[in-house]
Ligand binder design. Structure first.
Ligand SMILES: Nc1nc2c(c(=O)[nH]1)N[C@H]1C(S)=C(S)[C@@H](COP(=O)(O)O)O[C@H]1N2
Ligand SMILES: [Mo]
Length: 258
């Protein structure tokens, strides 16, 4: 009898075979097409296609119980943004802070923490997997991104949500962290803008006052210290064009499904 993971392996082999054939026969034409080289590498197209085939876009990430919680949810990457504006907001319990949501939307908004907390919320206990090789289980509470998108009414040509953060990555004044999702992942029920971790206000080390949780993707997709969500038609015009800080600078995969 085949186990679930055997079935997944067989499916994956089938998918790789099919895409492999297409990739090989179409290889020359593809490598001549400039857009192909500039947007996604062949490996990235393949892994995204295989991931979509194995995990339907509406599949839910596994959720856990309180008994599974990690005793301490560690911090990674920025743990305290080197940004004077952020520091003064933090010193006042983020009272003057607001999340901007704009770009290709009919109704741009700015939402305070109190407004976000008054919206419908979702709590989920999930496992965070960092590409550096550690995992932790945490309980997150926040507003489903889908609710915020309903409020701003994205234009039909909006295809990606870009998350702009408050932490400069190379010292004060440098370009801040950023990430992006396509609309399928943006409206997924477990994609939330979290303001609480383990029933406490989100700590600064984990992205206060608001951070993204996108549970079917790797840790670096979960943008902390959210400042602005911008809806765009294409990632080409955003910073390096690859959709995120690690993608632009270090060749990390944009989709990063787990
Ligand atoms: N703004 C911002 N978001 C970020 C990062 C960062 O450095 N800055 N690091 C990413 C990485 S690599 C991981 S693993 C998680 C870590 O989240 P944590 O600090 O809550 O553990 O945040 C992600 N989001
Ligand atoms: Mo990470």
């Amino acid at each position: 009898m085949k186990t679930h993971s055997d079935q997944r392996r067989l499916l994956l082999r089938g998918a790789l075979g099919a895409f492999g054939t297409i990739a090989i026969s179409g290889c020359d034409r593809l490598s001549q097409a400039g857009w192909f080289q500039e947007t996604l590498s062949a490996g990235e197209v393949l892994s995204r296609a295989a991931h979509k085939l194995l995990v339907p876009r509406n599949a839910m990430a596994q959720e856990f119980t309180e008994a599974d919680l990690s005793p301490h949810f560690r911090s990674n990457g920025t743990s305290n943004p080197e940004n004077p504006h952020y520091q003064s907001l933090a010193a006042h319990d983020f009272k003057g802070w607001a999340l901007k949501v704009d770009g290709l939307v009919e109704h741009p908004v700015q939402l305070s923490l109190a407004e976000l907390r008054a919206m419908p919320n979702r709590t989920q206990i999930t496992r965070h997997d960092c590409v550096e090789g550690w995992s932790a289980i945490g309980k997150w509470t926040g507003v489903p991104l889908a609710r915020v998108l309903e409020m701003v009414r994205p234009e039909p040509r909006a295809r990606f949500a870009v998350f702009h953060c408050a932490d400069p990555m190379d010292g004060p004044g440098s370009a801040p962290y950023y990430e992006s999702l396509d609309m399928d992942d943006a409206v997924h029920p477990q994609t939330i803008l979290a303001y609480a971790l383990n029933d406490q206000a989100l700590p600064v080390a984990n992205g206060a006052p608001l951070r993204l949780r996108v549970e079917r993707q790797l840790g670096y997709k979960h943008a902390k210290y959210l400042d602005r969500i911008e809806l765009v038609a294409s990632l080409d015009g955003v910073r390096g064009g690859k959709g995120g800080y690690w993608e632009d600078g270090y060749g990390y995969q944009w989709y990063a499904g787990i």
